[in-house]
Unconditional design. Sequence first.
Length: 241
Amino acid sequence: MRIIRVKNYDDMSRQGANIVASLITLKPNCVLGLATGSSPEGLYRELVERYQRGDINFCQVKSVNLDEYVGLSADSEQSYRYFMHHHFFKYINMKPENIHIPCGKNEDAEQECRRYDELLQSLGGIDLQLLGLGMNGHIGFNEPDEIFTTGTHKVKLTESTILANRRFFAKEEDVPRFAYTMGIRDIVHARRVVMLVSGETKADIVRQAFFGPVTPHVPASILQFHQNFTLVADEAALSEI
């Protein structure tokens, strides 16, 4: 595990963007595993700016997103497809056919999960998986459990995750209770994993995840075993280390 200690959120975003941009330069047809939420927003802004300056080109890049809420359509403002389009995809030249996100409107969970697993396999795996860190240690929507999950699956969100996502919805009851998420297997099989963490509120879970025991009760702790894992975190997030 490599830790890159940065001063603040903006520095975290720049460092993360440096890693992603370097991969695209070295392997223009790479497969990026992408995440949503506030942690990677700054990184996406950085990448957009570099694209607009002509520093990087996304025309051969393929992407797979970690997760999507069950029940939300692609045009819902709270869906992760909408998030990715409005924060990233609409500003760059990635081809639509190379963008992959679980379909939240597919009511057949078994079919949707099998489709996404087959897609990941057809792409030859993920070159770089971008992650944030949930307050309870979840990665993607892999919530604390008795076992580490394997492939794509439908998950019931914990109350802490629902509360954390409440700010994106008009009222708490609007927050979906289920999501499709890439499993732990595909995350840890990525050739490189980069996690972005910022803020003092994440300090305790950073300590638990990366300086405590490896346990499915803290899903992110499995990354202690990854051979090419980088944690990019600001001083506040590392304050308990």
